[in-house]
Ligand binder design. Structure first.
Ligand code: AKB
Length: 318
């Protein structure tokens, strides 16, 4: 049975992953951690199993949590996202790179496996845009993307040089109803559902026709479990597998929601920083390496995700 430490556990992914992993591996085998406890929705995580204060910039704190709970697997989620990164590039570099370095060092010293998410942001404007291959040009133009490419390489290095079992995927935009994303470029695809239900009006900060890869959170959580459980002898890539579930532009998600809420309206007020970032990312990824090396297969598409999102959000907002 794995004993897992999750950093950044109160964020968009962590707040759902902790509960899922506690169901699979047992409450006491999944330790949630965050640099503070003060976050909306944190009560459920803190009450349902062990919780530690861990600032990823404090390697001793991380090592102590690993030691105390006899951890064998670290899921390193603490990270600053793309749009906040453009506003605060120094903060992003510090948290994303030094936080990752600390996590890898703790994994090396304490003999842990580690999962590290990369992102579609690891690609740039001169990467092939459609069906972006697994192995291709990576010259991102955002500080977030630069940190993701460097992170992918660092994870590969720790595996090759020290034998640390580091694995990861390139996540697309993640859509979920529990915790809001914090400062990404794909966030509009979450906020549109909230506004469709709350005000029936949405102001979209991404231009019509701008396609990006996206995924519903249940599929993202499954990808982490599947990759961490995958037979290592079958993994040729290990870090940074392309995965996707759907690709759409704002007008397509709007049209899908409108099928359920006919009075819903949307207009555009494009944010130039986010638009530039979005245009530098792929339109759609090729995820055949993940399919063949560890059986990746998403369950949700735009239609089925929209039905589920609206149902779950309606309950949450009532
Ligand atoms: C972001 O928009 O920054 C993230 C990502 C695609 O990594 N959601």
């Amino acid at each position: 049975m794995k004993r897992i430490l999750i950093t950044g556990a109160l964020g968009q992914i962590g707040s759902e992953l902790v509960l899922k992993l506690r169901e699979i591996y047992g409450e006491n085998n999944v330790v949630a951690s965050s640099k503070s406890m003060e976050k909306e929705g944190s009560e459920e995580i803190i009450k349902s199993g062990p919780f530690e204060i861990v600032d990823v910039l404090n390697p001793q704190q991380m090592a102590d949590a690993v030691e105390k709970h006899d951890i064998d697997t670290i899921i390193h989620l603490a990270s600053i996202l793309s749009a906040v990164g453009e506003a605060k590039p120094h903060l992003l570099w510090n948290v994303n790179m030094n936080g990752l370095y600390n996590a890898l060092e703790v994994a090396r010293e304490k003999n842990c496996g580690i999962f590290v998410p990369s992102s579609i942001a690891a690609f740039g404007p001169n990467t092939p845009k459609d069906l972006t291959p697994q192995d291709t040009i990576q010259r991102p133009t955002t500080i977030y993307g630069v940190s993701k490419v460097a992170g992918e390489l660092l994870c590969d290095y720790y595996f090759e040089r020290f034998g640390v079992d580091a694995r990861g995927v390139r996540f697309p935009g993640l859509i979920s109803y529990k915790a809001l994303p914090g400062g990404g470029t794909t966030d509009y695809a979450v906020h549109i559902y909230y506004d469709a239900l709350k005000t029936k009006e949405f102001i979209c900060n991404i231009k019509e026709g701008t396609k990006m890869d996206m995924m519903y959170m249940p599929d993202a959580l499954d990808s982490i479990v599947q990759l961490m459980e995958a037979d290592p002898s079958k993994l040729k890539h290990r870090n940074a597998f392309n995965i996707t579930a759907m690709s759409f532009g704002p007008e397509e998600i709007y049209a899908e929601i409108k099928k359920h809420i006919p009075e819903f309206t949307m207009r555009y007020e494009v944010d130039p920083v986010k638009q530039k970032i979005a245009e530098s990312w792929p339109n759609s990824l090729d995820h055949s390496a993940a399919q063949s090396e560890w059986g990746w297969k998403p369950k949700y598409n735009l239609e089925t995700m929209t039905i589920d999102m609206l149902e779950k959000l309606r309950k949450k907002l009532n």
